[in-house]
Design a binder for this molecule. Structure first.
Ligand code: AMP
Ligand code: ZN
Length: 484
């Protein structure tokens, strides 16, 4: 049984409020996600910007929409800062490692793709690389030039933000303050600090690893133009959703909006801008440039399964900062194993039949789960419904599996195929435990759920988990719980 998912209420950064989500073309959603810059490993913070669109995409799919998901790979043009100074990050890494740019980008693209998979993310429908879309970027710059939005200085072609009066609107920027604080770096000769490079010229007498001919000379595209050009190529002049981390709002996405709305003559270019907050490592931004590269393998090395990070991710709302510690992710792993244990027992009890629940018991819980997700992707609230499903003594195995199989369309914990080590039933050895289990069964039979809950808590205090299995309820020792 699957529920009708209510209409999604989704926050849009541009309009700074939640709006009922309606795609431009009924039934079809175009979604573009800023992907990795592939000159170094993508850390767990970066993965939050993959898990957020994955959650969103799965909720849209569950509501019956057809979703085209495009995620780019930045393999050229991202300079040391969001601004226009410094080295190209890919180029710098290739020189440092004595490898070609293609080797560097292929290696880190693979690391990122593997980690996405390990975290249960669906594959992007389209995964365009910036370096494979140079003509499209040149074409967009030509259009902007013909419209008078650009100017040339020694090191390249720049977008003149003064030609787009709405420039500051997207992020609510104060351009004068920006100028005063110097938050946007200076390139000599730029007309305004916020002007940004569309095409950078290779300095005379140098040979870059990645450079192309263009109407302005040999060089390479600025970072921002790739997303506008590739989104247009795969999703059209306007589309429904654009995602990325909050750090992109002020510069990268502000610039994308400026160049796209000018070149394409549209407004708004994108219906909903969805930005995830940062994953924070002890109050410090998890930034590659600061030398932290905390990756999925670091979890595995500590005995934490990758999907524990997905569970951990779901414990915070995507627009809230989330603090990372290994202990918190390990605790999420314990919760996930408990969920899996119950789900597998219920699934096997009903032979995998997810249609057999009693709707008077299942539907209120099903509605609560999907209502939570439709409320601007409130995953923590949805997870609390999952806990109720796992704990509620009044639910049968059929009820439980009917719900968890449905929920797993977005949870993506692989519950349909999960295997768990069976563990032994302690009631077989301990008559006291057997008596408690029997008393719980009796309480359930007379619908005395308060007593059933109390007995479950008593067993939990002894480190035992009550699992409803095809052979009847069992009391199994929880992971890591000592026999008192
Ligand atoms: P980058 O490879 O640096 O361009 O980052 C890839 C994506 O990860 C972008 O959408 C960033 O906004 C996002 N991101 C970077 N650091 C974090 C973090 N600590 N938490 C969440 N998202 C992040
Ligand atoms: Zn982007």
């Amino acid at each position: 049984m699957t529920a009708t998912v209510p209409q999604l209420q989704l926050y849009d950064t541009r309009r700074r409020a939640v709006f009922p989500f309606e795609p431009l073309v009924p039934g079809q959603v175009g979604m573009y996600s800023c992907g990795p810059t592939v000159y170094a490993p993508q850390h767990l913070g970066n993965m939050r910007s993959q898990l957020t669109p994955d959650l969103l995409r799965r909720v849209l799919l569950a509501s019956g929409l057809d979703v085209t998901s495009v995620t780019n790979v930045t393999d050229v043009g991202h300079l040391t800062d969001d601004a226009d100074d410094g080295d190209d990050k890919v180029e710098a890494a290739a020189r440092r490692e004595g490898r070609t740019a293609a080797e560097i980008t292929a290696f880190f693209t693979e690391q990122w793709a593997t980690d996405r998979r390990r975290l249960g993310c669906l594959e992007p429908d389209v995964l365009p690389r910036a370096a494979a879309h140079i003509p499209q970027q040149i074409e967009m710059i030509r259009v902007l030039e013909a419209q008078g939005h650009t100017y040339r200085i020694d090191d390249g072609v720049y977008f003149d933000v003064a030609t787009f009066p709405a420039y500051a609107d997207f992020a609510g920027l104060d351009l004068d303050a920006l100028q005063a604080t110097g938050r946007v770096e200076h390139v000599d000769d730029k007309r305004q600090p916020a002007d940004f490079a569309l095409w950078k010229l290779s300095p005379p007498g140098t040979m870059r690893l990645q450079e192309w001919d263009s109407p302005w000379g040999r060089g390479f595209p600025g970072w921002h133009i790739e997303c506008s050009a590739m989104a247009t190529q795969y999703l059209g002049d306007r589309f429904d959703i654009h995602t990325g981390g909050v750090d992109h709002v002020r510069v990268h996405h502000t610039n994308e909006v400026a160049q796209s709305e000018c070149a394409l003559g549209v407004h708004p270019w994108v219906g909903w801008w969805v930005h995830n907050e940062f994953l924070d490592l002890a109050g410090e931004k998890l930034s590659k440039s600061k030398g932290h590269t905390l990756v999925v393998d670091d979890l595995v090395a500590r005995g934490i399964e990758p999907l524990a990070f997905r569970y951990f991710f779901l414990q915070a709302h995507y627009r809230q900062q989330q603090s990372f510690t290994f202990d918190l992710v390990a605790a999420a792993g314990t919760a996930l194993r408990r969920l899996t244990l119950h789900a597998v027992a219920a699934r096997d009890d009903v032979g995998g039949d997810a249609t057999a629940g009693d709707s008077s018991r299942t539907e209120p819980l099903r509605a609560a789960f999907w209502d939570a997700l439709a409320d601007d992707l409130n995953a923590p609230r949805a997870l609390s419904v999952v806990s109720t499903v796992v704990r509620s003594p009044e639910l049968t195995a059929a009820d439980r599996w009917s719900l968890l199989a449905d929920f797993d369309r977005v949870l993506a914990f692989g519950l349909a195929d999960a295997v768990v080590p069976s563990g032994s039933d302690e009631s077989a050895e301990d008559p006291e435990v057997a008596a408690l289990l029997a008393a719980r069964e009796e309480a359930r039979a007379t619908r005395d759920f308060a007593s059933a809950d109390r007995i479950r808590d008593e067993l939990a205090a002894r480190g035992l988990e009550v699992i409803d299995t095809p052979a009847g309820p069992q009391a199994r020792r929880r992971d890591g719980a000592e026999n008192p």
